[in-house]
Design a binder for this molecule. Structure first.
Ligand SMILES: Nc1ncnc2c1ncn2[C@@H]1O[C@H](COP(=O)(O)OP(=O)(O)OP(=O)(O)O)[C@@H](O)[C@H]1O
Ligand SMILES: [Mg+2]
Length: 226
C-alpha cells in the first residue's frame, strides 16, 4: 500500500515559483491499477516522479507499506528503485546503443544479480511481451510499440512491487496504444504488482480499478471502478 500524506511540491524560481502539487493525500492499494488523469500541467508527472524518488516533495510524506521515505537519501531511493519500483515513460528511454536484450538485462546487472540468471531472465521477460524474435535488435530498429514493450520488459525484469507509467501510450497510435494498455493490465493482474499510470487515454479506464482526476495541482475526484 502506498500512502501520500499532504504532499506538496513547489518548483523554486527566483520570480515565478510553481506549486505543482498542493496537499495531496491519497491511498493506493497494493495490487491495484490506478489511473492518474487531468489536464496538461495539473501535476501528474510531478507526482509520479516523487513516487519514484526522482524528485523530492517540498512538504508532506510518502509511505510504502507503512515505511516512511521522509529521510531517504539518494542511495535509499536507488536501492528501492532497483528492488521494487519499475518506471515506464512516454519516450521509452531505452539506451540506443544496447540491444533489446541488453536494455532489459541492464537493471539486473546494476543490482548485481547472478550473471547466469540475468540473460535467462531478460530473454524470458522479452518473450512474455511478445518480443522473443527481436532480442538482438537495437531500439532504432524497432517500432514504437516494440520499443515500449522493451521498456515494459525492462521495468518488469526486476519483479517490481510498483510500476509507474507516465503516458506510456502517449507516443503510439491508438491500436498500438490499446495493445500496450492490455499488456500492462495483464502484467498487473498476473504478478500482483501495483500500477500507477498517468494518461490522457479514456480507453485506459476500462482496465483500471481506480481513477484519480487532478486539476490545478490538487485532487479533483477519486473514482473507484467496480
Ligand atoms: N522542473 C520543473 N521546474 C519548474 N516547473 C516545473 C518543472 N516540472 C514541471 N513544472 C511545472 O509544474 C506543473 C506540473 O507539471 P507536470 O509535468 O507534473 O504536469 P502533467 O500533469 O504531467 O502535464 P502533462 O499532461 O502535460 O504531462 C506545470 O505547471 C509545469 O510547468
Ligand atoms: Mg506529464
Amino acid at each position: 500500500m502506498i500512502i501520500l500524506d499532504k504532499v506538496s511540491k513547489i518548483y523554486p524560481h527566483s520570480t515565478h515559483p510553481v506549486q505543482a502539487l498542493k496537499d495531496i493525500s491519497l491511498t493506493i492499494k497494493a495490487g491495484s491499477f490506478t489511473l492518474l488523469m487531468g489536464p496538461s500541467g495539473c501535476g501528474k508527472s510531478t507526482l509520479l516522479n516523487l513516487l519514484g524518488g526522482l524528485d523530492m516533495p517540498s512538504s508532506g510524506e510518502i509511505l510504502f507499506d507503512e515505511k516512511s521515505t521522509k529521510y531517504f537519501n539518494d542511495r535509499d531511493w536507488t536501492a528501492l528503485r532497483r528492488s521494487e519500483i519499475g518506471m515506464i515513460f512516454q519516450f521509452f528511454n531505452l539506451l540506443p546503443m544496447l540491444t533489446a536484450q541488453e536494455n532489459v538485462a541492464l537493471p539486473l546487472l546494476l543490482r548485481g544479480d547472478p550473471a547466469d540468471q540475468i540473460q535467462k531472465k531478460a530473454v524470458a521477460v522479452l518473450e512474455m511481451v511478445g518480443l522473443g524474435h527481436r532480442l538482438d535488435h537495437l531500439p532504432g530498429a524497432l517500432s514504437g510499440g516494440e520499443m515500449q514493450r522493451v521498456a515494459i520488459a525492462r521495468a518488469d525484469a526486476i519483479s517490481p512491487k510498483l510500476l509507474l507509467a507516465d503516458e506510456p501510450t502517449g507516443n503510439l497510435d491508438s491500436k498500438t496504444g490499446q495493445d500496450i494498455l492490455g499488456l500492462l493490465a495483464s502484467r498487473t493482474k498476473a504478478s500482483g504488482l501495483t500500477l500507477l499510470m498517468a494518461t490522457h487515454s479514456q480507453q485506459a479506464i476500462e482496465h483500471a480499478d481506480q481513477v484519480i482526476t487532478m486539476k490545478d495541482s490538487e485532487i479533483e475526484e477519486i473514482q473507484e471502478i467496480s
